[in-house]
Write a protein that binds this ligand. Structure first.
Ligand SMILES: Cc1cc2nc3c(=O)[nH]c(=O)nc-3n(C[C@H](O)[C@H](O)[C@H](O)COP(=O)(O)OP(=O)(O)OC[C@H]3O[C@@H](n4cnc5c(N)ncnc54)[C@H](O)[C@@H]3O)c2cc1C
Length: 388
């Protein structure tokens, strides 16, 4: 239900030896995550928050409480809540799919491949091969290009549905990568020293990670043909070299060439359709403040200019590509097309049926183009980049 964070779900699921799809950081809330798509390390095998939502109890704008599911009178609402975000009503209860825990077939694949450009080219060539062989469903996680990885790419991947030995065989050509079986997919909430327990994440959030998510990430999907284009790796490497925080290749957020299980309900969701063809996303974290920003915190002009330049480079590498609402660009005004693509027309129609007075609104929410500017709908112009 509303307010549940993933550390709670993970502990409950582990007690029952069940797998659930959730975010990387255990303080992420299940409701917000699921309603807008929701992707994690095991999504390419088990699907997303949206594909795993089975039923929702929803308080509508007119005060009615309804049950939304794929069948019944509110099937349209249910589709909207499978990817359209929180603009359609308050979800007070959720029924969510779980799967048998793949005991002994779960772990991490980590290591550094030397050379920022060469390393990236080698990884992309490896990944494209894995996709072509129908094996990319086994992998999630991310690859850090530049930044703290230096003149290398750092693999921080997870695997599932393979033994450690099978994973190692697949990585044999990238000799610097080590596969290691893990007993459980998530650290317990009360993990010793808390590096990844709930408090561990909470502390990280309070120290700074949330700032980057708050205003400073831009993300675009990429497809298999990009990974196989010899010009792609050098272009992506150049962005990583220019970006103060490097660039991340996130395999999690795209389900293209994922398992049948992951794609089973794909056509009944309203996320950006490119989620189901892309094989990953290019992600930049751009702006940071030394303090917690508020709604009226002005952006520093130099950082805003840098942001615009990096975003333009990203768009040039994958022209017209979609993005993910929760990891996308807080400053984009084209949020409808960027985050939902061709799903937006349906979402807008459902919004006007269930919430014609726009009771549930937020920055870049579905229907927020109809909110007054004072609700944070519009951002200041380029010359005066102030968050309003
Ligand atoms: C540190 C960190 C790591 C993250 N990692 C991932 C990741 O791995 N994968 C991923 O997909 N995303 C990730 N995210 C993004 C995350 O999914 C979103 O921030 C999401 O909004 C979190 O959900 P919440 O319920 O905590 O949101 P809140 O901040 O509580 O709400 C955000 C929005 O969600 C909607 N909402 C929340 N609850 C309800 C409800 N009960 N009914 C209706 N609408 C509701 C509302 O529109 C609300 O404005 C991460 C975010 C952070 C900060």
């Amino acid at each position: 239900g509303a307010g549940v964070q993933f550390w709670q779900l993970y502990d409950q699921a582990w007690d029952r030896k069940r797998m659930v799809v959730g975010g990387t950081c255990s303080t992420v809330g299940h409701a917000g995550f699921t309603l807008a798509g929701g992707y994690g390390d095991y999504s390419r095998m088990y699907g997303s928050g949206a594909t795993n939502l089975v039923e929702a109890e929803v308080v509508l704008a007119d005060g009615r409480i309804v049950i939304a599911s794929a069948c019944g009178p509110h099937a349209d609402l249910f589709r909207a809540m499978r990817g359209g975000g929180g603009a359609f009503g308050l979800m007070t209860k959720a029924t969510y799919k779980t799967y048998p825990m793949p005991i002994g077939k779960l772990g991490s694949a980590q290591g550094k491949i030397r050379g920022l450009q060469d390393g990236l080219a080698r990884f992309l060539s490896w990944y494209a091969g894995v996709v072509r062989r129908g094996l990319s469903k086994h992998f999630g996680g991310q690859v850090v290009v530049g930044s703290w990885a230096g003149d290398a790419v750092a693999l921080q991947l997870s695997y599932t549905g393979l033994t450690q030995h099978e994973c190692s065989e697949l990585f044999a050509e990238l000799s610097q990568v080590t596969c290691k079986e893990r007993e459980r997919p998530w650290r317990p909430a009360n993990a010793e020293e808390q590096p990844n327990g709930a408090e561990g994440w909470q502390a990280t959030w309070e120290k700074g990670d949330a700032f980057a998510y708050h205003i400073g990430s831009a993300m675009r999907y990429f497809e298999l043909h990009h990974a196989e284009d010899p010009a792609f790796a050098p272009a992506v490497a150049r962005i990583a070299e220019t970006s103060p925080k490097g660039l991340v290749l996130a395999l999690n957020y795209a389900l293209g060439h994922g398992s049948e299980m992951a794609l089973a309900n794909a056509s009944d969701t309203t996320v950006h359709p490119q989620v189901y063809t892309a094989i990953g996303a290019l992600k930049l974290e751009i702006l940071q403040h030394e303090f917690v920003p508020t709604a009226t915190t002005a952006l520093e002009p130099a950082k805003a200019t840098n942001f615009a330049a990096l975003r333009a480079q990203l768009e040039a590498v994958v022209p017209g590509a979609g993005s993910y609402y929760h990891e996308g660009d807080y400053l984009t005004e084209a949020f409808q097309a960027d985050f939902w693509g061709s799903s937006y027309a349906e979402l807008a129609a459902t919004k006007s049926r269930y919430d014609p007075r726009n009771v549930f609104t937020c920055h870049q929410c579905v229907g927020s183009e109809n909110s007054p500017a004072s609700c944070g709908r519009r951002l200041g112009g380029d010359a005066d980049p102030v968050l309003v």
